[in-house]
Design a protein around this ligand. Sequence first.
Ligand code: BGC
Length: 727
Amino acid sequence: MAISFCLPLLAGSEVVSKDIPLYKQPGVPIDMRVADLLSRMTLEEKVLQLSQYIVGLNTNVNNTGEVNTGLPDGVGSYIYFSEDATLRNTLQRKAVENTRLGIPILFGFDVIHGFRTIYPIPLAQGCSWNSELVRELSAIAARESRMSGTDWTFSPMIDVARDGRWGRVAEGYGEDPYTNAVMGVAAVKGYQGDTLSSKVNVAACLKHFAGYGRSEGGRDYSFTDVSRQSLWETYLPPYEACVKAGAATVMSAFNDISGTPATANHYLLTEVLKNFWHYQGFVVSDWNAVQQLIPQGIAANRKEAARKAFSAGLDMDMKDDCFREHLAVLVAEGKIDEEKIDESVARVLRLKFQLGLFEHPYTPVYEEDKRILRTEDKEMAARMAQESMVLLKNNNSLLPLKKGMTMAVIGPMAKDKENLLGSWKAHGRTEDVESIYEGLEKEFGYHTRMFYAKGCDFDGSDTSSFAEALSVASQADVVILCLGEKAAWSGENASRSTIALPCIQEQLAAELYKTGTPVVILLSNGRPLELARLVQQCDAMLEIWQPGIAGGTPLAQILSGKANPSGKLCITFPFDSGQIPIYYNERQSSRPDQGKYQDIPTIPMYDFGYGLSYTTFSYGTMRASSNSIQKNGKVRVEVPVTNIGNMDGYETVHWFVSDPYCTISRPQKELKYFEKRFLKKGETTLFTFDIDPKKDFSYIDETGNYFLEEGDYYVIVKDQKIKIEIK
Ligand code: BGC
């Protein structure tokens, strides 16, 4: 990229001093600063900018391997595991002061659902249907990160995931492309704010591009076989939306797609992302993923791996050092164009300029109380925890609990703190967490007798504590049974063959239910669960997910009736693990009445969008402003909803579209819009959806082009549908 420029071009920008290199002058437009800096760099310096290493204590147990030593003073980027900015500043000083050009380092970290103020896992956030809250929490995470020395988070994960066995289902927003797109955009906006150079914003990273959520058999790091059609209709839309929203970076995925690993996938990285979507940010590999092209079977050695990944469009190599080792040689051998290297380096430098790192390379070392765990931030985390909890069952209106009921709080999750944080807890600490028991005590303790027994462990076969649990259950008016998954059972490299809870937990529930004391089951987990048996062993069931530091009080307020549950599932809960993959937007079957399982039901246990409330929302007749419009017309669809119960509450309306006949067979229904609103008891409100057929009725083909056909479309809300003809 040979870019020449002269002073008159700078009209309108701040005065330029001829004695100071252009790239060091903040008033000069970023592209010119980049070009100037590039023109001064050696090939080795350029390649260093495309290399990322780790520093500090590696907290990802799956990513082991030798720590790179003997690195030069300035590298492109570090994954930064430190809790405050001290180490960053030391390393940064070396890069800025000891290197020839003083290029600052970019510090990245996995801040997935909070930095220290850990809020619910993304799968839970999806169930809140509150994208504004997702944005606000991401902004909190960004603030804590940037003030602690991290400029860049490897989040959001927007991999559509339809296999609950895959542990990373916890890290995304569920099974639906639209939900992942909306929540992903909200997260990007929260992280990046209005300007990256603000001292409270960080660069986002969309991951894992692409198709990672389709890992074969739900096994992590496994291959995927996704057709181009499925890629475009299911896996790419969230990326397209977030790219348009300005996400600064993208991470390539570990998986291969039909034989070509995403790390070396020219179609994905160059043709789609950079050429078709005109993406200006850069692509970082996943951890060691360049080198992993060898076990993946497309490179014989590290040099070939570097060549294939870089030539496909990968800009930065995470951790494995293949780029630094080989790119310059590959240029010398004529196998890679230096111009291509310049392009990648320009992408990296552009972000460093945008973040203001050249002007402010160091992070002030703030006092903890200014930087993390602010009261208002913890309140926000608690609000999300509450809004994400999903009431799955409530027989005979057991919940909310009547005042004064004696409570037996039982189960391995009752006093646990560690596991409520979930996976990818960044700098989250157990000591920050309010346990379920503590939350209940705070809410009920003054006027209710509470007993406790652990009952059993998360797994294993030791039933020796059952007796104690049964004894406290018999003394109480209600059992609050706290079950679930350990944090490490979901997240990266945490696949399970069945998504039922271990037998011991089901057994404990069965025994307790037999006592005749009403049982409320609370579930904390990082994936959908198989609940067919458990659901028979209780009167009420509340999914609380992995709520982070502030789960206890929000759930206790739901049990007491101070809060009305409003979460709805963003992922289907199967009846049985054998149904996987199961999701609401399946394509149409050739024989809809046949093809059922012979041994289990074919329908799921709980559908996408399912969730109970303490009040009743009655839906009036849905109407459309017109039943027949032109392709470029607009139509408004509306449905009145009345809160006819006895409690105020939130209701989320999901608007689906179906197109029964199309050149490409489409899913039975597709979510196109959702809205959550608060309704006082007795209140009626009109939910509306303004349909733009080009956006909401059109479909995408296997080349990524949207098309809109004439014919009949249906808009669906709950059990109502309305036909709209496109002429
Ligand atoms: C994960 C990524 C993560 C990276 C850095 C990888 O193993 O797949 O999601 O961002 O490690 O920690």
